[in-house]
Every structure is written in C-alpha cells, then in structure tokens.
Design a protein around this ligand. Structure first.
Ligand SMILES: C[S@@+](CC[C@H](N)C(=O)[O-])C[C@H]1O[C@@H](n2cnc3c(N)ncnc32)[C@H](O)[C@@H]1O
Length: 273
C-alpha cells in the first residue's frame, strides 16, 4: 500500500478535522489506521502470543516487522523484546506526520532483500503485484502474517517451504471502523443500524508459519501453555480494547459468519502436523 505525498497530506488534514468532533480518542485508531493505529486490530493477548512464540525459539529472540508503518504494533512488541526492529519503505509517514523516525525502524524495501537472519519475521502486508516471500524465506524459520481476507491473500506462505501451524481471527480495522461510524457518527434509523451491526464480520487472520519441525513443536507447546494463562490475565489490557468490546468484537465472541461459523474471535486453531 503506497501513498502519494498528496494523499498523505489529505489524510493528515482529514484526521485533524475528525479530531474536532470525535467522541473518543481511541476511535481514530480504527478510522485512520495508517496514521494512528494498525490495519489489523489487536489486543494485548496478540502481543503476548507473539512474544511467547519468540521466546519459545530463542532466549534472546531477534524479531523483524516488515512494513511496520510508524511502528504502532512494533512498539508494543518492543516492551517485551527490546531489540525488535522494523523496516518500512515509506519514509514520508514520518516526515509528513511530523513523527521522529525511531532508530529501531529502518527505511528499506523488503523486495530488495533482508540483511540478516531473524528468529521471527512478522509481515503485516504485501502490496499487490509485489512478492518478497523468497527474501523472507532465506532469513527466518518462523513467519507470522496478518492476512486481511479479500485484500492481502498473496501473503500466504505455504508452498514457500513453510507449514502453517496455528492461526486465529481478529477484526480488521474496517470491521471495527464500520461499527464505530454507524454507531456514533452516522444518523441512521435504529432498525437499519441493528441490521448493519448484525452483518458484522471479522476478516483478519493471524497465521503462524514455520519451516522447521522441531521449532514448530516448541511453538505449538508455547501457544497452548500461553493460551491457558491468558484467560486469567484478560484484565491486563490496552485501554483501546474497550472499543472492541463495545463494537461486539469481544474475546472469544462468535463471528456469526456462516463461512467461519466454528471460529470464535481470538480462538487459536492448531493445524494438524
Ligand atoms: C497496510 S500498511 C501496514 C502498516 C502497519 N503494519 C499497520 O498495520 O498499520 C503496509 C505498510 O507496508 C509498507 N510496505 C509495503 N511494501 C513494503 C516493502 N516491500 N518493504 C517495506 N515496507 C513495505 C507500506 O509502506 C505500508 O506502510
């Protein structure tokens, strides 16, 4: 997803206008994900799951976020993996938004290769027509992707030497954004609002891929162990998670989607070996 200088300027102005009438400081995270949040919505448990995967394969894990944007998610990861880094090809996100570029984010294009090996590579996105999966493959045994159904399907790594070992589902930014807009910022009859609300979907898939069988086993064990613990620590969470609850995207909430009817939000599904 590349933005022209002009589009970015327009988005920044639009965000400034939005702030004059928004009723919660957390809403812009879902309405302006590029500038104020992420394209996948997450809770602290997502961060903790990735952290548990990283520490299951290494005592001192190296972690790279490819296409990290301005680093919203990466900063959360760095609270647990302090030397985690990111690469982002669009420098304007920093300069136009007046955000200082942190040293842990390097301006680089993954398409031209990744400089070193990592224990974990996290890939949130690949632009249509771009494929850097081979560059990733040579640099890590473990790849975690977030895949927005219908938008970034090319982000699957089966067939690139990896096997998917686990996955879970969360809403994408626009699943939450529609609900926020209909609920708080649009004048529509209640009946219409309820109809729209019942059409709620959750389109974002987190896929864990691994190319090494021993590491796969270790990661699955860590995720299962972590899963038992996370139910006990759900109150320890980020302040913006209230918006997800309010919009009907609660932990283990049924998606109501006929295609994924067996899956509940944030429920970890394990692939058979
Ligand atoms: C959809 S945005 C996601 C940003 C962030 N991960 C998030 O969820 O908010 C995709 C990001 O990947 C960056 N990107 C796309 N292709 C890239 C590449 N080949 N190398 C590095 N960054 C890339 C884009 O500039 C953009 O910031």
């Amino acid at each position: 997803m590349s933005y022209s200088y002009h589009a970015l300027k327009e988005a920044i102005n639009s965000l400034k206008r939005y702030r004059t009438h928004s009723i919660s400081r957390h809403h812009e995270r879902y309405s302006f994900p590029f500038l104020s949040g992420t394209y996948f919505s997450y809770r602290k448990i997502d961060v903790l799951r990735l952290v548990s995967i990283a520490y299951s394969v290494s005592k001192d894990p190296s972690y790279l976020d490819v296409g990290c944007g301005y680093g919203d998610f990466l900063k959360r990861i760095r609270q647990y993996i302090p030397n985690a880094t990111g690469i982002e090809k669009n420098s304007e996100i920093f300069y136009e938004c007046g955000i200082g570029k942190p040293n842990f984010i390097k301006i680089a294009d993954a398409q031209w290769g990744i400089e070193q090996n990592y224990d974990i590579i996290f890939v949130g996105w690949m632009d249509p027509g771009v494929d850097f999966r081979d560059a990733i493959k040579s640099r890590s045994d473990v790849v975690i992707t977030t895949l927005d159904q219908g938008l970034s399907l090319a982000a699957e790594y089966d067939g690139h030497g990896y096997r998917r070992i686990a996955y879970w589902r969360t809403p994408s930014w626009d699943d939450v954004n529609y609900e926020i807009l209909n609920r708080h910022y649009t004048k529509i009859p209640l009946e219409t609002y309820l109809k729209l609300s019942n059409m709620r979907r959750a389109h974002n898939l987190w896929y864990i891929y691994c190319s090494n069988e021993t590491k796969s086993e270790v990661i699955v064990k860590a995720l299962k162990r972590n899963n038992n613990e996370e139910c006990k620590s759900l109150s320890n969470r980020y302040d913006f998670e209230n918006v997800l609850d309010e919009c009907g995207f609660r932990y283990l909430e049924s998606t109501g989607d006929p295609i994924s009817c067996e899956e509940r939000l944030w429920e970890i599904c394990f692939d058979n070996s």
